[in-house]
Design a protein around this ligand. Structure first.
Ligand SMILES: C[S@@+](CC[C@H](N)C(=O)[O-])C[C@H]1O[C@@H](n2cnc3c(N)ncnc32)[C@H](O)[C@@H]1O
Length: 289
């Protein structure tokens, strides 16, 4: 008797779209990340103890502020390669560095964490991912790529957004934006499952790193605070940081109204200091065995 075909019950996570980015979002990201992701990135670079002469891959480098900072740490004897799948963000990085005076120890390329086959095996001392890991749906695959390009004894540093800390409700900022999205007419267009962030907690991070051939030396959840001057700025920051995926699932003509609806909900969170978003950051450093 022939069996019915096996239909997978779970559709593999497709991950965020890379098609929603724009020149305006890339420019906003460069400006808005300077006081946010760039600051946490510098701390991650310190956690990694990046030294002069080292070869560093900044994977998911965005508009490249952190890669440029690390180029100063490694100095002329070292090298930094910034890789990002969004061509517009790589263009911003390249244009800024060209304007400031190109340096021999820094380069940017379009590339994807899921396929680093163009890079030499064991060609790097350090791989750094700042605010990127939660955008990668297939973490074992990406970690396998990082293990391949790192030399034995090389280090990986990951700073990422974890799921809610035990017992914490979803952060009010995300809660407010999500509440706006379930109301009509936006609720008719639910975001496809697996197409936004996929977060891991500290235990999952440890297990993933160990399985991929790394020995963790630091795994820590740290408090993080972001302040948004206005509700509109909070929405724009989320759009720029998600390279358009915050609203990318909606028909384009609904997006302006969706921004307004989110801002309206967020207005309830305004304080004299702005919207103060207290959250968490998971930081991991591990050595390639
Ligand atoms: C919030 S930004 C962080 C940018 C930068 N690391 C920083 O610290 O400012 C997230 C970045 O992850 C990148 N990203 C998303 N999917 C990726 C993938 N498959 N491979 C590499 N980078 C990816 C995005 O293109 C985006 O630039």
């Amino acid at each position: 008797m022939s069996r019915p075909p096996v239909v997978p019950l779970v559709v593999p996570a497709s991950g965020p779209s890379l098609a929603h980015d724009s020149d305006a979002l890339a420019a906003d990201y460069e400006r808005m990340s300077a006081s946010r992701q760039f600051e946490t990135g510098k701390r991650l670079a310190a956690d990694l103890a990046i030294a002069p002469g080292e070869r560093v891959a900044d994977v998911g480098c965005g508009t490249g502020l952190l890669a440029e900072y690390i180029a100063d740490l490694v100095g002329p004897a070292g090298h930094v390669l910034g890789i990002d799948p969004l061509p517009l963000r790589i263009e911003v990085a390249q244009a800024r560095v060209k304007k400031e005076g190109a340096r021999a120890n820094l380069a940017f390329e379009v590339g994807d964490a899921n396929d680093l086959g163009a890079l030499p095996a064991a060609g790097f001392d350090v791989v750094i991912l700042n605010a990127v890991f939660h955008w990668l749906p297939d973490k074992p695959r990406a970690l396998g790529q990082f293990a391949r390009v790192l030399r034995r004894g090389g280090r990986i540093g990951i700073g990422t957004r974890p799921p809610n800390a035990a017992g914490d409700a979803r952060h009010p900022v995300y809660e407010a934006m999500a509440r706006a999205m379930v109301e009509p007419p936006f609720g008719r267009y639910p975001r496809p499952r697996g197409s936004f962030v996929s977060q891991v907690d500290a235990d999952e991070m440890r297990a993933l790193l160990e399985a991929a051939g790394f020995t963790p030396t630091l795994i820590e959840v740290r408090p993080s605070v972001q302040v948004h001057a206005t509700p509109e700025a909070a929405v724009r920051f989320s759009e720029a940081s998600s390279f358009g995926n915050l609203l990318g699932h909606l028909p384009p003509d609904l997006r302006p109204a969706a921004r307004e609806a989110m801002a309206k909900k967020l207005a309830a969170l305004m304080t004299p200091q702005g919207i103060v978003q207290q959250g968490w950051r998971l930081v991991a450093v591990a050595v390639r065995r």
